[in-house]
Ligand binder design. Structure first.
Ligand code: MCA
Ligand code: AMP
Length: 503
C-alpha cells in the first residue's frame, strides 16, 4: 500500500490516454509517463535512497521533472522541489537543512553544487528539460516497472520550504494524506473529470502548480497542456484546446492586456481558478466583461494546501475566497488572546483538517508557535467571514510580500542590506505593482557620513538572493519612521511609496 502513488499514479497503469500535451505538439500517454517514472525509481533505489529520505530537486519544468515526482512517491522518498531561481547560497541552506541524500539539478547547475554535495556526502545527478543528464542516462535500460515501496497516509511525502519572519526558511512537512485529501476534495469541488484538459503554465516547484493543478488532474485522470512557463502568445495559442486553467492573478491581468483574449477564445473553457495572491475585484469584473467567465478564487498555503474556495455552482464572489472546503474547519480568532471572534469580525484565520501539515522540519518551537494542540494552524492571514459564510482576506498579520505569486519575507533581504557597506539599517516593504501585484522596495539609512552606492548594493545581492526577491528599487533615507516603541512603521513606508510603480 502506498496511497499517494496508488491514487495519483498507479491507478492509471497501462492507460494509453494522454496525460500531457507537450510543447512540441506530441502527447505523452499515462503509460509512457509511468514507465519513465519507474525507471527513475530504479535509479533512486540503486543510489540507496531509503523510504523517508529527501531528494532535493531544482530542475527546469518538463515532463521528466514530473516523472521524478512520481518516482519519489513510488520509491517512498520525500520529494523536495526547489525554485529554479534560487542561487547556490539559497540552495545550500535547503539542502543542508533537509539532510537531502540526493540532489537533482539541471546539467548547467552541477558544477556549482558539486562542492556542497561532496561535503555532505549526497548524490548529485542531473536532469535537463530535454530529458538529458545523468539521471536520464542512468534510467535508460532500467525496467519500466518498479515494486512500489509501501507507505501509509501518515508518512511524509514532500517538503516545501517557506520563508519565515525571522529570515530563516522552514521546511513544511506534508504527508501523503495531506496531499491526497486535498487533491480529492478539489477534484470533486471543481468537477474535474477525465475529459478535462488543464492549461498548465505554473511552475511545478510550489503547491499551486504541483499539488493543486497536477494532483487534481491526476485524481481525475484528465490531461494537461504542459507549458514550460507563462508566455502570453503560447497561452493564447493553447486556450482553445483547454477546458480549465489555474493561475496567479498576474496570469489574468496579462491575459486581459491582450485583445486576442476574448469570449470566442475561451468558449470551450469551463473553469478559470485563481489563487496564491489576492485577485482584485476589478480584475474579476473585467474578466467577466471580456469573456463571460467568472474566475473562481480559492485560498491556500504551503502548510495547508487549499483551505477555502468559491463555489463551482452558486455565486463566485469577487474579493472573497469562498467557503471552507469540505473537511476543513476555519475560525477567526483574536490575535492577542486566541479566542474565537463572532462572525463578521476581523481576526486571524486559523484552519484545521486533513490538509494541515505535520509541522516544520527540525523546528519544534516554530511548529508549536503556529500549530495549536487542538490541530488549528495559525495562518498569519487576517480575515473575516461575511453574513453568507464567505471568507474574506483583509490583510496579513505577517510581514510578507507576494510578488507574482511568489512569497518574499522582508527579513531575509533586510539582513543582507544591513550588512552592505555604508548601511546603518534597512527596511523592506511590498508596494503595489501593475504586473506582479506587489513588488519589493528596499529602504536604507546610510551610516553617518557615508554615501553608499545603491547600484553596487543591489549588485551585491545577486549572488545571495533569487532575482524575484531582489528589490526593484532601493532608496536612501535619513531615518526610518518609527513608532513610540521604536518599531519601524512599515505601513507608513508602504503608504508613502504606494504609487512608485503605478502605470
Ligand atoms: C519572474 N520575475 C519576477 C517574478 N517572476 N519578479 C518578481 N516576482 C515574480 N513573481 C523576474 C524575472 O526574473 C525577470 O527578471 C523579470 O522578473 C521579468 O520576468 P518575466 O519574464 O516577466 O517573468 P515571468 O517568467 O513571465 O514570470 C512571471 C510569472 C511567474 C508568470 C508571474 O513569476 C509565475 O509563474 N509565478 C507563479 C508563482 C507561483 O506558482 N506561486 C504559487 C506559490 P529580470 O528583471 O532579471 O528580467 S504556492 C502558494 O502561494 C500557495 C500555496 C497558493 O495559495 O497557491
Ligand atoms: P505560501 O506561503 O506560498 O504558501 O503562500 C500562502 C499565502 O498566500 C497565504 O498565507 C496568503 O497570504 C496568500 N494567498 C494565497 N491565496 C490567496 C488568495 N486567494 N487571496 C489572498 N491571499 C492569498
Amino acid at each position: 500500500m502506498n496511497p499517494l502513488y496508488d491514487t495519483l499514479f498507479g491507478r492509471h497503469a497501462g492507460r494509453t490516454a494522454p496525460f500531457l500535451h507537450l510543447p512540441d505538439g506530441t502527447a505523452l500517454s499515462y503509460a509512457d509517463f509511468l514507465a519513465q517514472a519507474a525507471r527513475f525509481a530504479h535509479v533512486l533505489a540503486s543510489e540507496g535512497i531509503a523510504p523517508g529520505e529527501r531528494v532535493a530537486v531544482q530542475v527546469e519544468k518538463s515532463w521528466h521533472a514530473l516523472a521524478l515526482y512520481a518516482a519519489c512517491a513510488r520509491a517512498g522518498a520525500i520529494f523536495l522541489p526547489l525554485n529554479t531561481a534560487y542561487t547556490v547560497d539559497e540552495l545550500t541552506y535547503f539542502i543542508e537543512d533537509s539532510g537531502a541524500r540526493m540532489v537533482v539539478c539541471d546539467p548547467g547547475g552541477a558544477a556549482g553544487l558539486r562542492p556542497l554535495t561532496d561535503r555532505l556526502g549526497a548524490a548529485l545527478l542531473t536532469l535537463g528539460a530535454d530529458g538529458g543528464g545523468a539521471l536520464a542516462e542512468r534510467a535508460t535500460g532500467m525496467a519500466p516497472d518498479f515494486a512500489t515501496v509501501p507507505r501509509g497516509a501518515d508518512d511524509l511525502a514532500a517538503f516545501l520550504y517557506t520563508s519565515g519572519t525571522t529570515g530563516r526558511s522552514k521546511g513544511a512537512m506534508l504527508t501523503q494524506g495531506n496531499l491526497l485529501s486535498n487533491a480529492e476534495t478539489l477534484a470533486g469541488y471543481w468537477r474535474f473529470s477525465e475529459d478535462d484538459v488543464l492549461l498548465h503554465a505554473l511552475p511545478i516547484f510550489h503547491t499551486h502548480g504541483l499539488f493543486v493543478a497536477t494532483n487534481v488532474t491526476l485524481v481525475a485522470g484528465g490531461s494537461m497542456i504542459f507549458e514550460p512557463k507563462f508566455d502570453l502568445d503560447a497561452m493564447i495559442g493553447a486556450m482553445p484546446r483547454a477546458t480549465a486553467m489555474m493561475g496567479v492573478p498576474t496570469f489574468y491581468t496579462r491575459l486581459l492586456s491582450d485583445d486576442r483574449f476574448d469570449a470566442a477564445l475561451t468558449r470551450h473553457m469551463r473553469l478559470f481558478v485563481s489563487g496564491s495572491a489576492p485577485l482584485l475585484a476589478e480584475t474579476h469584473a473585467r474578466f467577466e466583461e471580456r469573456t463571460g467567465h467568472r474566475i473562481l478564487e480559492r485560498y491556500g498555503m504551503t502548510e495547508t494546501n487549499m483551505n477555502t474556495s468559491n463555489p463551482y455552482d452558486g455565486e463566485r464572489r469577487p474579493g472573497a475566497v469562498g467557503f471552507p472546503l469540505p473537511g476543513v474547519d476555519l475560525r477567526i480568532t483574536d490575535p492577542a488572546t486566541g479566542e474565537a471572534l463572532p462572525q463578521g469580525e476581523v481576526g486571524q484565520i486559523e484552519v484545521r483538517g486533513p490538509n494541515v501539515f505535520k509541522g516544520y522540519w527540525n523546528m519544534p518551537e516554530k511548529t508549536a508557535e503556529e500549530l495549536r494542540a487542538d490541530g488549528f494552524f495559525i495562518t498569519g492571514d487576517l480575515g473575516r467571514v461575511d453574513a453568507d459564510g464567505y471568507v474574506h482576506i483583509v490583510g496579513r498579520n505577517k510581514d510578507l510580500i507576494i510578488s507574482g505569486g511568489y512569497n518574499i519575507y522582508p527579513k531575509e533581504i533586510e539582513l543582507l542590506l544591513d550588512e552592505a557597506p555604508g548601511v546603518l539599517e534597512s527596511a523592506v516593504v511590498g508596494v503595489p505593482h501593475p504586473d506582479f501585484g506587489e513588488t519589493v522596495l528596499g529602504l536604507i539609512v546610510p551610516e553617518a557620513g557615508a554615501a553608499p552606492d545603491l547600484d553596487a548594493i543591489l549588485d551585491g545581492l545577486r549572488g545571495s538572493l533569487a532575482r524575484f526577491k531582489q528589490p526593484r528599487r532601493l532608496i536612501a533615507l535619513d531615518a526610518l519612521p518609527r513608532n513610540t516603541m521604536g518599531k519601524v512603521q512599515k505601513n507608513a513606508l508602504r503608504e508613502r511609496y504606494r504609487d512608485l510603480f503605478a502605470d
